[in-house]
Design a protein around this ligand. Structure first.
Ligand code: C5P
Length: 243
């Protein structure tokens, strides 16, 4: 996990790859669970919008991926305003969100060349660490499709109708993002017609016949979903010495 990936590493491990790395940051949802007028990706975390923290995390990784931000079209102007207000200068492309996460990712993929590596990441996971981002690119270069995931810390039960059944906890992983792929493979998968079961990119890639590998992540890489998540993220960031 602590190994820092250089562009040389990737081309050495898999010479068929260019050094192109892309990150599609999906913020295409308008979010209602927060009970707030402001979508979660714009909430302030230590005085700065969540989405800016997320973009900075990717930009500071060794591969310096080209950044693609997917936002609902009616928030593009607001985002441009925020970038001016917060003097946010990281170069990025801005793409329109779709009706579901699947459609938002598909829009982002249009800017990604076939021979690149592409990470898809939820804008509302600003706590992702650089080592995890790099490990996911590195493994994707080797095996094609990887998801960052953590082992379940709780026991889990499966509910079917009115019956419940315990599952083997050791076998259960909770999937996060980034989800990182060889772009040609993911772009092909996203040509499939939409299904409700496509809740993440790995489910799309798997349906297209690919095998998904897990990169172990961190519990701190949680999705900002409820108002209290901002407070928790601030405590963790301040502990790490971030501003
Ligand atoms: O819906 P969920 O909470 O799983 O959303 C995960 C990520 O997908 C969020 O970052 C959200 O902004 C994004 N999303 C999107 N387009 C949609 C719906 C969700 O980019 N239409």
């Amino acid at each position: 996990m602590s190994h820092h990936l250089s562009t040389d590493d990737i081309t050495t491990q898999n010479p068929s790859f260019t050094t192109n790395a892309y990150a599609i940051i999906v913020a295409g949802g308008s979010g209602t669970r927060m009970q707030s007028a402001v979508p979660k990706q714009f909430l302030l975390l230590n005085g700065k919008p969540v989405l800016m923290h997320t973009l900075e995390a990717f930009y500071s990784s060794q591969l310096k991926p080209e950044l693609i931000v997917v936002l609902p079209v009616n928030y593009h102007e607001y985002w441009t305003y925020l970038c001016t207000q917060y003097e946010f200068k990281l170069p990025h492309h801005l793409v329109s969100g779709g009706v579901t996460r699947f459609h938002s990712v598909k829009n982002g993929l249009q800017l990604v060349p076939d021979d690149a590596l592409v990470a898809v990441h939820d804008a509302v996971r600003p706590m992702v660490d650089t080592a995890t981002i790099e490990e996911a690119y590195q493994q994707a270069a080797l095996v094609g499709s990887v998801v960052v995931a953590v082992k379940s810390r709780d026991s889990v039960r499966q509910v079917t109708g009115n019956k419940t059944k315990s599952l083997i906890r050791e076998e259960i992983y909770l999937v996060q993002t980034p989800q990182t792929f060889q772009a040609n493979l993911l772009k092909k998968a996203y040509e499939l017609p939409y299904q409700d079961s496509f809740t993440d990119d790995a489910s799309v890639a798997e349906q297209a016949g690919n095998t998904i590998q897990i990169v172990e992540g961190s519990y701190q890489n949680f999705k900002i979903t409820f108002p209290e998540d901002i407070a928790l993220a601030e405590i963790l960031l301040n502990k790490k010495g971030h501003l």
